[in-house]
Write a protein that binds this ligand. Structure first.
Ligand code: B4P
Length: 187
């Protein structure tokens, strides 16, 4: 049973690596970004509320996110492990997750922190060209990351969960390092 959180700035490769790792180890990949983008493309109430925040590069308000994660983690496939990609994104979300997991007798095993330089991030995201991938929005997302998400590095370090991995390498090299961490977890 493996429970992982992928942490890192926008464009650090969380989504890319989470897809590979969850495929290799067969645990569900839960991406709040994917859930939100799906809601936007389907025009649901959640999607309509979330879109403005995402287009600006701001975090979507916690009240829209927390219930989604709670419901997703209570689905049958998440009983035996999961990989959270892009959640938590701030200390409030991390505190909520901790008490949610406490309540169901779970805890996360490791928080994998992908480290990538700002220059690589801007280059990667401009190449990807998603709607929220123009230079102004990318710079804003990096600022939001520093203010709201980076404090989670200390949060998880103090709980002895954090493992940092150099994400400024090829996809395969990063996957190799991440698998070494997952394989080291004795379950
Ligand atoms: P996310 O969907 O989480 O996306 P991201 O941070 O931009 O990207 P990620 O790190 O997954 O990068 P990827 O692998 O795609 O968030 C989008 C928005 O949703 C947020 O701004 C926010 O508004 C909202 N949101 C999501 N979760 C939230 C939450 N919990 N609370 C509030 N709001 C939330 O990689 C990026 C690119 O790099 C790709 O093109 C990829 O091909 C390339 N790449 C990856 N690895 C590479 C490598 N090693 N070398 C070269 N290129 C690489």
């Amino acid at each position: 049973m493996t429970r992982l959180i992928f942490l890192g700035p926008p464009g650090s490769g969380k989504g890319t690596q989470a897809a590979v790792i969850s495929g290799s180890y067969s645990f569900p990949h839960i991406s709040t970004g994917d859930i939100l983008r799906q809601a936007v493309s389907q025009g649901t109430e959640l999607g309509q509320k979330a879109q403005t925040y995402m287009d600006r590069g701001d975090l979507v308000p916690d009240e829209l996110i927390l219930g989604i994660v709670r419901d997703r983690l209570s689905e049958p496939d998440a009983k035996t492990g999961w990989l959270l990609d892009g959640f938590p994104r701030n200390v409030e979300q991390a505190t909520y997750l901790e008490s949610l997991l406490d309540g169901i007798g779970q805890s996360c095993d490791r928080v994998l922190n992908l480290q990538v330089s700002d220059d690589s991030i801007v280059k990667r995201l401009l190449e990807r060209g998603r709607k929220d991938d123009n230079e102004e929005v990318i710079r804003h997302r990096l600022q939001v990351y520093r203010q709201q998400t980076a404090p989670l590095i200390d949060f998880y370090q103090s709980r002895q969960k954090l493992v940092s991995v150099n994400g400024d390498r090829s996809v395969e090299e990063v996957t190799h390092s991440l698998k070494a961490v997952v394989n080291s977890l004795a379950h």
